[in-house]
Design a protein around this ligand. Structure first.
Ligand SMILES: O=C(O)CCC(=O)C(=O)O
Length: 295
């Protein structure tokens, strides 16, 4: 079965996430990640020079350029957001031993983390609600991911309503006590300050290296702290249908105390066609790798 089964679609609709699914063999995933790290260092055309903002290395790193259009991921995405799909962003999520977990958060237009000068949505939905999801993330475990080293966790069913106001401003608080969202305190955005997830709805997503999980960012999610002596490595690739306008009024991202110019940015058509033409598309990575696409 290439796509999702009816039961898996039903599970996604009820819970906001589905998986894990196999992609790479457990021994292959860390090797691929090591290869990606080498490519990031030697890359001739980096998207940006920030070491703090680690976005979009699928645009200059062959291993990740190939990763974002892996059929194992794309066929399952198609079951949820239709046949036409853009990869618009990717993030590296590393948790070293002793690192804090990622605080609960919930987003859809990805305003999160931006400062007052650029608090504009990254995504504008022109056909909201047409598919099972408006946007999806494929989060791939590049190491084993267990509760002890900081697995992802979801609040099952929380994508059905808003618990946070993603339009509210976050203030960078690197020295503060609560900095569980990469230097921000995401709890400041709670609609009801008293609200906390019902423990019985919290699902720990333990994964073997090489597995991935699909979820909508509107499903409240976060991760546990890494209390082990093993690094936890995740790579998130993010997808939308081409009816979504990406970075429509955003030329620069200011996050985590750093900023990057989005002049390099383009989406990658990983499946189907783009009949909208809203977004700049990259056929090749910045280093010339030809991106894969399922027709
Ligand atoms: O890996 C993590 O700890 C957080 C991941 C996350 O929030 C995301 O992929 O949206």
């Amino acid at each position: 079965m290439l796509g999702l089964t009816d039961q898996e679609i039903e599970f996604f609709n009820a819970n906001g996430f589905v998986g894990p699914f196999d992609l790479y063999a457990p021994e292959e995933a860390p090797l691929r990640w090591n290869q990606a790290l080498i490519e990031m260092v030697v890359s001739q055309h980096k998207p940006h020079n920030s070491t703090v903002i680690n976005y979009d290395r699928h645009l200059d790193c062959d291993t990740l350029s190939a990763h974002i259009s892996r059929p194992e991921i794309i066929w399952k995405l198609r079951s949820l957001i239709g046949d036409d799909i853009l990869c618009w962003k990717s993030n590296i999520f590393k948790k070293d031993p002793g690192d804090t977990g990622t605080g609960w958060h919930q987003v859809e237009t990805f305003i999160v983390g931006e400062t007052t000068t650029s608090a504009t949505p990254s995504l504008t939905f022109t056909e909201h609600g047409r598919f099972h999801a408006n946007e999806l993330t494929a989060w791939t475990a590049m190491s084993d991911v267990r509760a002890e080293n900081g697995c992802l966790r979801f609040v099952a069913g929380s994508h059905k309503r808003w618990y946070y106001d993603e339009n509210k401003q976050l203030v960078l608080n690197q020295e503060g006590a609560s900095k569980d969202f990469f230097g921000y305190d995401y709890a400041e955005l709670k609609l009801d300050q008293e609200w906390n997830p019902d423990q019985e709805n919290v699902v720990n997503m333990e994964m073997k290296a090489g597995q991935f999980v699909l979820f909508t960012e509107k499903c409240v999610h976060g991760s546990l702290p890494n209390v082990s002596d093993a690094t936890r490595m995740g790579y998130a690739s993010r997808y939308v249908p081409p009816s979504v306008k990406v970075y429509e009024n955003v030329a620069k991202l200011e996050e985590f105390g750093d900023s990057i110019d989005l002049g390099y940015h383009g989406c990658v058509l990983v499946s189907g066609e783009d009949e909208y033409g809203y977004n700049r598309l990259h056929q090749r990575s910045l280093n010339g790798f030809e991106f894969g696409r399922i027709g």
